[in-house]
Design a protein around this ligand. Structure first.
Ligand SMILES: Nc1ncnc2c1ncn2[C@@H]1O[C@H](COP(=O)(O)OP(=O)(O)OP(=O)(O)O)[C@@H](O)[C@H]1O
Length: 354
């Protein structure tokens, strides 16, 4: 079931939370809404669900207008950050709930419900937990039950709002992988809200990056990561060095170096900002033509990457952050105080208003 969001706007009092948002989620797709706090992710999800009304625009599922359809008639499954399991019901009763409350004519038989519950508990790897109560489960287990409960009614659309937000980092990682596998099994069109970039990129087929009530970029995780369309997306998706200056010779002039981006299309006379990720520099100990000279100020070796802070020699009090793999760093025998030369292998230039 595809989802089409057209020109959705929403204000809370005088504050406009969504500005004419357009979005299509393909049938069977898992799409992440990713953005900083307050960017409008939850508002958009709630409007898709029918839990909130938009001021303008429309929502359709598979071409069928849903804008004025009540939440209970949209056949939507939800999972929220704070496990909304019924505390007085066992795991099995929680999972069965949506089927049991159906009108008699549409309600499956007792046996069919039991079969469905068993099948879902096997899928979430909690077969032995049917008779436990939510208080007797870990946070990760409760979220798995919440997901099974949402899937039990075979929803047309599954909406997840920071479903792993309250869990610790290790459990979050496990559940991500597990959600991805579950999605492959069920193929329910799903929209997933998160402010965690790694989570969105790990799980989603496509990612919509939101800021201030608008979708700024939409694409596959690799497209969005490798070709950010704006300074906002560049900044939001991880650490980056920025260098601002006048444009000359199709690049940003900063210190002794011109940061070039053949695709930028911005011309002489303008000002620009060059964006370079820390791992997009090559580092040498021998001086090379057209490079940035610097002195290593700090080396941080925890983890698979070595993080290096370099004071530039050609621009006073300017520093650059570089990341190398442990192997690269070892083969260069780097230490604090060494003079090194940097060359940006990849760089994006955006114009700035003068
Ligand atoms: N019921 C409400 N009343 C007033 N303002 C609201 C209401 N719901 C949301 N907002 C405002 O709308 C903006 C968008 O909120 P929303 O919850 O959609 O953002 P979000 O991207 O999901 O943020 P977070 O990641 O923090 O959950 C915020 O500035 C928020 O304060």
């Amino acid at each position: 079931m595809s989802i089409t969001v057209e020109k959705i706007s929403k204000s809370f009092g005088s504050f406009q939370a969504l500005h004419g948002v357009d979005l299509t989620v393909q049938e069977g797709e898992l799409l992440a809404l990713l953005g900083p706090s307050g960017s409008g992710k939850t508002s958009l999800l709630r409007i898709i669900a029918g839990l909130e009304h938009s001021d303008q625009g429309s929502i359709s599922f598979h071409g069928q207008e849903q804008t004025n359809t009540h939440v209970s008639a949209r056949n939507v499954g939800f999972v929220f950050q704070h496990y909304a399991l019924f505390r007085h019901m066992t795991v099995a009763e929680n999972v069965a709930y949506g089927l049991k409350v159906r009108p008699k004519k549409q309600r499956p038989s007792k046996n069919a419900i039991k079969e469905k519950v068993d099948e879902l508990l096997a899928l979430i790897k909690l077969e032995g937990y049917a008779d436990r109560y939510p208080a007797q489960l870990s946070g990760g287990q409760r979220q798995r039950v919440a997901l099974a409960r949402a899937l039990a009614v075979e929803p047309s659309v599954l909406l997840l709002d920071e479903p792993f937000g309250a869990l610790d980092a290790k459990v979050r990682k496990e559940l991500r992988l597990w959600l991805r596998n579950l999605h492959q099994e069920f193929n329910t069109t799903s929209v997933f809200v998160t402010h965690d970039q790694e989570e969105a990129f790990d799980v989603a087929d496509r990612v919509a990056i939101m800021n201030e009530g608008r979708i700024i970029q939409l694409g596959r995780p690799d497209e969005v990561y490798h070709s950010p369309n704006s300074p906002f997306v560049f900044d939001f998706l991880g650490r980056v060095n920025t260098f601002s200056g006048p444009i000359s010779d199709r690049g940003v002039e900063h210190g002794s170096f011109v940061f070039r981006d053949e695709e930028s299309g911005i011309g002489e006379g303008q000002r620009g900002i060059a964006y370079v990720r820390p791992h997009h520099f090559t580092v040498t100990k021998e001086s090379r033509d057209k490079s940035i000279p610097g002195i290593i100020h700090r080396l941080h070796r925890a983890g698979p990457l070595v993080s290096i802070e370099i004071n530039r020699l050609d621009v006073a009090s300017d520093y650059v952050q570089v990341e190398l793999t442990e192997l690269q760093s070892k083969s260069l025998h780097l230490s604090v105080g060494d003079t090194i030369y940097l060359y940006p292998e990849q760089c994006r230039v955006f114009s700035v208003a003068q």
